[in-house]
Structure formats: structure tokens, C-alpha cells
Design a protein around this ligand. Sequence first.
Ligand code: HEM
Length: 297
Amino acid sequence: MNKEMDELAFERRAIARGEYPRFRLMARIEHMLLLTSFTILCLTGLPQKFPFSPISQGLIALLGGIETVRMIHRWAAVVLILGSVYHLLTSSYRLFVRHERMRMLPDIKDAYDLRDTVTYNLGLQDTPPKMRKFNFGEKFEYWAVVWGTAVMIVTGFILWNPINATRIISGELIPVALLAHGWEAVLAAVSIVIWHLYNVLVKHRNKSMFTGMLDQHIMEEEHALELERLARGNPAYPVVPPDVLRRRQRVFFAVAAVVAVLSLALVIWLFTFESTAITTLPEATRDVFVPLATPLP
Ligand code: HEM
């Protein structure tokens, strides 16, 4: 029996117990890694952006001083980057080997669902729209994380290796990278607290990222089409014959191994490249020579 049949059997057993499968174990582990690395990056990055706040100063002292804070920020960044590479590889596996639909790509139904959700919330229609496993709001959040992480990784590496970065980009762009990195961090932290935590913890008590299962009332309200699919017992994806699957896997694993080794080498190389932004230079003690302005004739 191949993986698709295993998944189908797993879904049927869960539904028989009155549970609705939402996230695989590996997706939950990936989310835990993202949650941990993102929290550490905020706790070690935001105090550097707002250094005069007493909260920042207390946090920096608690963590062992500014240089330790910088090192923790870099280690957490490495976890975030390797987690992102892993996500790219597993998404490519589902796309190229199992030929799954790209369920996170937005389409016209998401626009209709958004319109119908607004009219339902305004009391202009009686029932909410029937939505799929990932609805328009979840897709929006997903793509916000994707582009946000890309911006943080690119600007983060510029700040990490500022001298060498100027071999490729103009020096004027270093402070631009600092501004983009800092304010994108503020945007990300605020939207996680206001939007994400509200949606998963306040609006519903959604524990699916920890248990893997979603409650029936959330399925009915936000994923009615997925609920219908599970009730009918239809597979989520086309079943791939085992010999075809093995052939595709051989090619995929060879390419994935090369990508994984290259990414790891790139991260180690960038990590050890330059220590400019880690060391705190002592304050200048000599007077700086400032020439007197020449009086105009
Ligand atoms: C989403 C995750 C991240 C958040 C929330 C975050 C947050 C921040 C913030 C708020 C600052 C201070 C900016 C300022 O002073 O204006 C900062 C600095 C910095 N970040 Fe990040 N960051 C993240 C990811 C990364 C990544 C992926 C890298 C590396 C590739 C990185 C490397 C740096 C560096 C080198 C600095 C300069 C300060 C230092 O020496 O530690 N950050 N970060």
C-alpha cells in the first residue's frame, strides 16, 4: 500500500473517532521550529531596534549582554533559514513527485469567499461560504510569511556581512537594509499578535498545530468543502502508481541532496565570513579633528 492509501486509511479512522485531520506530524514539527526561531529573533532583534526602552535594556541584560544577544540572533536566523530550505524541499516533493495541486496558490474562488465572508459578517447572507482546506485568510497569511521571511533573510545577510555586501551592492543600501529589516520585524511581530494569535487562540481555541486535528465546528464554519470531502472519503490527491513514484523519487532525492548540501555550505560560509557586526568597538576617546571653515572673501 503506498502513502496516499495510508493517508486515506488514517483519515477514515480519524473521522470514525469524530476527529478531522488537519496537519501531518512533520508540518507540526516545522511549525514548532518556525514558532521558536521567530520568537527568539523578535526577542533578540527588537531590543536592538528600540535600545533606549527600559524593556529592551532589561531583556539585553537578562540575556547576557549585547554581544550574546547578537550571537543568539544569528543562531536563530540559521534555524529559520534551514527550516525555510526544508519547507522548499518538502513543497517541491509534493509538487514534482506526488503531483499534488498547489493548494496555497490563490484563485478566483478565494476572491468570492472573501466577498461572501464580508457579506455574511455584515448579516447580508445567512450562511458563511463553503471553503476549502486552506481558506483565503490562511493563504494570505502563508504568503505574507513567505515574502516576509525572504526579505528578512536577504536584508539580514547584508547586515551580517556589511563590508563584503558592498562588493555587490552600493554602500548606501546598507542603512536601507537596516531600516527594511527593522520595520519588517515590527510589522511581522504586530501581525502575528493581532491577526494570527487572534484567529487561532481568541476567535477559536484551535489546537490543530499541536494535536494535528481540528474540531467539527471550525471545520463547518471555515472548511465546509474539506469536511464534505472527508465525509465522502475521497482522496485529497491522485494516487500515484508505486513504480512511477519510485522513479520520480530517485530523481528528486538526488537533486534535493545537492540542494541541501549547497544550502548548508552557503549558511556555514556566510556565518563565518565576517564579524564586523558582532564586535562592539570601544567608544572613540580621541578628539576628532574638524578643520575650521575658511572665511569667504
Ligand atoms: C523574521 C525573523 C527576524 C526578525 C523578527 C528579526 C528582527 C531584527 C531586528 C528588529 C533587528 C534590529 C534592527 C535595527 O536595529 O533597526 C535585527 C537585526 C539584525 N538581524 Fe534580524 N530578524 C529576523 C531574521 C534575521 C535573519 C534571517 C538574519 C540573517 C540572515 C538576521 C540578521 C540580523 C543582523 C545581522 C542584525 C544586525 C544586528 C545584529 O548584529 O544582531 N535577522 N533583526
